[in-house]
Structures are given as C-alpha cells and as structure tokens.
Design a protein around this ligand. Structure first.
Ligand SMILES: N[C@@H](CCC(=O)N[C@@H](CS)C(=O)NCC(=O)O)C(=O)O
Length: 199
C-alpha cells in the first residue's frame, strides 16, 4: 500500500491527495506537522519537505513526480494524456506552472511578508492570462480532467487565503475553479484545515 506524508495545509500535498482519491485505490495518509518536521522527513527527502510517497522500498518526493508515478501505477482514470505529443505538452505546462505560479505560492507559504505582495501580483497576472482558455473548454487541456487541473486546483482553492482577488474578466477561470471544487475526489482530498480556508 502507498503511504503519503502530507502537510494538512500544504498545496503541494493536496495535489497528491487529489490524485490518490481520483484513483480510488487503498492508501494511507500520514499528517506531518510542518512547524515541527519529524526527523524521518529529512531522511526520506534531502530537501526536508512534504509531500513524500513511500511504496515498499520506493521513496519519492516532489508532488508532480509523485503524481506521475501514481498515474502510471494505477492507470484508471488516466490523468496524463496517452498521446506522447500531448503528454510532452502537459509536462511543459506543469513545468511552467511551477516556474510562473507555484514559485510564488512557495513565497506566500513561507510567510515572507516582504516578498508576499509581489508574489500576489504575479500570481494574479498569470491567472488572468490563463482565464480566456476556459471560455472555450472545460479543463486545462480540453474537455477531460487531467494532471494540469490537479496541479492548479490547490492554488485556486487558496485564492481567498492568499488575498488574491481576480477581476470580472477572469470570470471563466472562477467558473472553472468551481468545476474543480465540485469533484468528489477534490472534496475528499481536503483536510479540515483546508475546508476552513474558504467560506
Ligand atoms: N516543489 C515541492 C514543494 C513542496 C513544499 O514546498 N512543501 C512545503 C510545505 S507546502 C514544505 O514541506 N516545507 C517545509 C520546509 O521547506 O521546511 C513539491 O512540489 O512537492
């Protein structure tokens, strides 16, 4: 059985929880106190961060790497596109999400108040840029829910918490966010602290 070491408020851990629930197989989640990291986290992950996935002698860290492994191990429903070209494009998007959005999420999560305002502005600008995609399609890559939607969902859930307000021109993105939040796996993935993040 897979074991996920997860932070109860960590957006990266939530990504992995979403995938585990989307797959509907057996797994175990161990809640890790981010403010008092147990020593074994540093032993399993040299960067001393969660999420970490353990399955027998395999230890993985980095949410996107963990999620691709779970997706390959339990192919139904498949979350990475089957076609190699689309799969490569999906990986590129995942890379860009980290560079352009989640690097700033990390700043907000770190509690660095000096850098927070700039991080908020950059996240807001990038989300406004993505918004028109959802006028024409239901999800990031088209009409199917994929790993790209998994990757971005925890950020959209935290917009209020991060004090990021989107303009009316981004209405399609907010509608898309509601579509993500209504999925059963998303609801099941949430910890009590995450549920309390939005009214
Ligand atoms: N790029 C990593 C980011 C993971 C991350 O930043 N985790 C945070 C919690 S949200 C953490 O464990 N922070 C503890 C620390 O940096 O000391 C991923 O995608 O898994």
């Amino acid at each position: 059985m897979m074991t996920l070491y997860s932070g109860t408020t960590c957006p990266f851990s939530q990504r992995c929880r979403i995938v585990l629930f989307e797959k509907g197989m057996d797994f175990q989640i161990i809640d890790v106190d981010l403010f008092n990291m147990p020593e074994d986290i540093g032993v399993m992950n040299p960067y001393n961060r969660v999420p970490i996935l353990v399955e027998r002698d395999l230890i993985l860290y980095e949410s996107n790497i963990i999620n691709e492994y779970i997706d390959e191990r339990f192919p139904h429903p498949q979350l990475m596109p089957a076609d190699p070209v689309m799969r490569a494009r999906a990986r590129l998007f995942l890379y860009r999400f980290e560079a352009e959005l989640f690097s700033h999420v990390t700043t907000l999560e770190s509690g660095n108040t000096k850098a927070a305002e700039k991080a908020r502005v950059l996240i807001r600008e990038n989300l406004i840029q993505i918004a028109p995609v959802f006028v024409k399609q239901k999800f990031m890559l088209g009409d199917e829910f994929t790993m790209l939607d998994v990757a971005v969902a925890p950020l959209l859930w935290r917009l209020e918490l991060y004090q990021i307000t989107l303009p009316k021109t981004a209405a399609a993105l907010l509608k898309y966010a509601e579509r993500l939040f209504s999925r059963q796996a998303f609801i099941d993935s949430m910890t009590p602290s995450e549920k309390a993040m939005r009214k």
